[in-house]
Design a protein around this ligand. Structure first.
Ligand code: BG6
Length: 370
């Protein structure tokens, strides 16, 4: 069942073009709009929502963080993301005008389920983003948006993550469509960009994978790896770090690139590997220039800089020890591409260290206790 791959994780990394494609399937129509029949919450309720809270654990919570950037931008609805176990026990302010989005691959994570129940008790409506048909969280939620990643066997989540992000984009664009706002015109072009993503993910697998594997196998002895990103690159950085902790047992941390000068830069010394996710140079808000200057700063202090950037971005080369290029995409969609090299990196490093990539020590695929 591993389709010839050495591990389920590697197989699942390669399933990602179809995980994203299948999650989009049947949800876009020819007129460039979205049909989400599954969202069985009254449209008038969805129009009156004044806050969205995304709750999840682990990798799913990083998908939630990506969702926040997209939903706030497209829908102009204040959106928070919180770890389910923290949300549940801090007396959160939730009411019938709150939409809770619970993200869970398994649909059985007890921390997330308890948070869902708590939110419903306060009158909130819950939409689940879930990969497992008929599991507990979707059964208890008011609506479900299933991800169609197929069964995920490896403990470390890969294809479910990309599918969760895809579903969250669909939800964001659906709410934007429903509520009507200044981004309405962007919806059709974003949907077209989303449809192009499976092909672009495939290109990352075909073109970037061999280069990433070569680097990873030379880094078996790394004691720690830092990850930097900004905007949606920040949750991608944290997810990259989580993968490395989970399966390669290497100390890893993801930081917001803008935070570097407020602390983490003290960690940089000779030879410290730092993986940097660079936003598109075509994006707004000079984010790109800011991240490039972060790379320059850490390189000047001796870091070994490993850069994930958009094709054609020559500005990063001067300060990068290694560059991996991913296809062009709007910044908000870039996580679907930029995450892939980080997954390959962790799987290859764990394999090179002789670890069981699919069954890491101390971890369970689904944690059904609080
Ligand atoms: C865990 C798994 O503890 O639960 C992670 O080891 C996963 O990989 C997390 O991200 C959340 O799981 P789920 O099923 O709710 O997405």
């Amino acid at each position: 069942e591993k389709d010839g791959y050495p591990s389920f994780m590697e197989k699942e990394i390669h399933d990602q073009p179809s995980a994203v494609g299948d999650t989009l399937l049947g949800r876009l129509d020819e007129n460039g709009s979205l049909t989400l029949d599954e969202i069985k919450i009254d449209e008038s309720v969805l129009r009156s929502i004044d806050k969205i809270v995304v709750i999840a654990c682990g990798t799913a919570a990083y998908a939630g963080q990506v969702a926040r950037y997209a939903i706030e931008h497209w829908c102009r609805i204040p959106t928070e993301v919180e770890l389910a176990h923290e949300f549940r026990y801090r007396d959160p302010i939730v009411n019938e005008k709150t939409l809770v989005v619970a993200v869970s691959q398994s649909g059985e994570t007890m921390d997330t389920l308890m948070a869902v129940r708590h939110a419903q008790e306060q009158g909130a409506k819950v939409v689940a983003i879930c990969n497992t048909n008929g599991s507990t969280i979707p059964r208890e939620a008011d609506a479900v948006l299933y991800t169609h990643a197929g069964p995920e066997i490896a403990v470390a989540s890969t294809k479910a993550f990309l599918a969760q992000i895809t579903a969250a984009y669909l939800l964001g664009l659906y709410l934007a469509q429903l509520r009507g706002n200044k981004y309405k015109d962007e919806i059709a072009s974003l949907l077209a960009e989303l449809e192009a993503m499976p092909g672009k993910i495939q290109r990352v697998l075909d073109e970037v994978e061999p280069q990433v594997k070569e680097l990873a196998s030379s880094m078996k002895d790394a004691g720690s790896v830092l990850f930097l990103g900004r905007h949606v690159g920040y949750p991608v950085a944290m997810e990259g770090a989580l993968k490395l902790k989970e399966i390669a047992y290497i100390h890893a941390e993801g930081f917001a690139a803008g935070e570097l000068k407020h602390g983490p830069i003290a960690l940089i010394d000779q030879g410290q590997p730092v993986i940097v996710i660079v936003p598109s140079p075509r994006g707004r808000d000079s984010l790109h220039a800011k991240v490039v200057s972060n790379i320059q700063e850490i390189r000047a202090r001796g870091a070994e800089t490993i850069v994930i950037a958009e094709e054609g971005d020559e500005a990063v080369r001067e300060f990068a020890n290694h560059v991996f290029y991913v296809p062009e995409s709007p910044t908000l969609l870039q996580p679907l591409l930029a995450t892939v090299p980080l997954q390959i990196f962790a799987a290859e490093l764990a394999g090179a260290k002789g670890y069981d990539v699919d069954q890491p020590r101390n971890l369970a695929k689904s944690v059904t206790v609080e």
